[in-house]
Design a protein around this ligand. Structure first.
Ligand SMILES: *[C@@H]1O[C@H](CO)[C@@H](O)[C@H](O)[C@H]1NC(C)=O
Length: 428
């Protein structure tokens, strides 16, 4: 099925119940094998790691993070509506960005895909440079020599994204998620793209981060500062997971760890990972390897947009050593794409791979489902440890718990109580 067919199917499907939306993979798999698809998708991780690990270069006192700078498109989308009458659109979920944006018409240089047409919406308003939102989106300030009485220019901004940059203007309109209508939602309306569009998302983006422009911030008490998501397995390509907004219906069995805040990166969901174990053995990482440091950005972030979990070099080296020791593959280990611990499954007794557990402050022990730990080739008797070291060309200090490791786990983000919860859930 072509990606466009899938898009039409998604747009035509019946509306989700209020505040509970279906979550889909955003691209058709480039290969029938999950291992090869994931390796291909993970090529965009380097750019995303760079984005997540870059310390905000903001001037003192300014706490806004870059909007989508250097980011790679996240992997999951929800159906949403914008405007009056409503225009259907797909928005990619991004838990590490705050701004929501859409490709708007006219835009000759945007990637092929759906466009929001502001001129056809009676509730659309262009937001001026003097709007309180404008500096948060890092829009251009109003001209200094503005004539009194002249109309205020619209808030305009230009942002790098992947190997391109986009020009957008700030607007507000009704955002519809499930049965909910959120009036006057501020978002970036992309009107032009400079550079290649290959690595840009075909759809808009829903900012689910922690900062002031995010969905939770813009909706105030409507969702009680709570949302959760459960991502479907990469193997079940045409099935959906879910995005649930609000405190109602969240799992009772979730275990919670405190959120840490980094004033330099207010969008990110930092948690306090205290250790890893492989099977029953505690991984011996160097002291302080998981330490949170707002000054450098070091620590561990939960992200919905990175594909493969990345650990900093000393953490990954220790994890790999313990994992390899327990698997004991007679012919050793080979590399494939981002993975460096692949082994011949014919040589290792069935079920020979140990489970990996993430230990977090507050007594959370998240044992990853086996499909989130070990990824199998469909063509050959080969399996790989499904995590990696941070890319070499990225001077990364941040550990990123990525979406491959979150399949079939409900992640409950409770910003109001400053905590993140995890519950195993088959959500395909
Ligand atoms: C992380 O958790 C450990 C163990 O509970 C604790 O000693 C440390 O202070 C925590 N770090 C932060 C930044 O909360």
């Amino acid at each position: 099925m072509a990606a466009t067919t899938l898009l039409v199917l998604l747009l035509a499907a019946t509306a989700a119940s209020a505040a509970d939306l279906s979550v889909y993979h955003n691209v058709h798999p480039p290969s029938p094998s999950p291992l090869e698809s994931i390796i291909a998708l993970a090529r965009a991780d380097d750019a995303r790691l760079l984005f997540l690990s870059s310390k905000a270069a903001a001037s003192p006192g300014v706490t806004s993070a870059p909007v989508a700078s250097g980011q790679a498109p996240p992997s999951y989308v929800v159906r949403a509506g914008l405007g009056t009458p409503v225009q259907q659109t797909l928005l990619a979920l991004d838990t590490s960005a705050d701004a929501t944006w859409a490709h708007c018409a006219p835009c000759d240089t945007c990637p092929a895909g759906s466009r929001f047409i502001p001129a056809s919406s009676s509730s659309y308003a262009a937001l001026p440079c003097a709007s309180d939102w404008c500096p948060l989106f890092q829009g251009q300030p109003c001209p200094a020599n503005q004539d009194a009485g002249a109309s205020m220019p619209t808030c305009a901004f230009s942002k790098p994204f992947a190997d391109a940059s986009f020009q957008a203007s700030l607007g507000s309109d009704t955002l519809r998620l499930g049965k909910d209508a959120i009036a006057n939602y501020a978002f970036g309306c992309v009107g032009a793209v400079t550079g290649p569009t290959t690595n840009l998302p075909k759809q808009g983006l829903l900012g689910l981060g922690r900062g002031p422009m995010s969905l939770l911030s813009q909706t105030g008490s409507r969702y009680n500062g709570v949302f959760s998501y459960c991502l479907p397995s990469y193997k079940s390509y045409y099935f959906s997971g879910s995005l649930r907004l609000g405190a109602a219906g969240q799992p009772r069995n979730a275990r919670y760890t405190p959120l840490l805040s980094n004033p330099h990166r207010p969008s990110l969901y930092y948690v306090n990972v205290t250790g890893l174990s492989v099977g029953r053995a505690w991984v011996k990482v160097p002291a302080g390897a998981f330490a949170f440091d707002p000054a450098t950005g070091a620590g561990t972030v939960i992200d919905s947009g990175t594909v493969i979990t990345r650990w900093t070099a000393p953490v990954y080296a220790a994890l790999r050593e313990e994992f390899r020791r327990q698997v004991g593959a007679p012919s050793g280990y080979t590399s494939l794409g981002a993975f460096d611990t692949c082994f011949n499954t014919d040589e290792v007794a069935a079920g020979g791979a140990p489970a990996v557990t993430l230990h977090m402050d507050g007594g959370v022990d998240l044992t990853l489902p086996m499909e989130n730990t070990l990824i199998h080739s469909s063509a050959t008797p080969l399996a790989c440890l499904a995590m990696a070291e941070a890319p070499q060309n990225v001077n990364s200090v941040v550990n990123v718990v990525a979406n491959l490791q979150q399949q079939n786990v409900r992640v409950v983000v409770d910003v109001a109580a400053s905590r993140v919860g995890f519950a195993r859930e088959p959500c395909n």
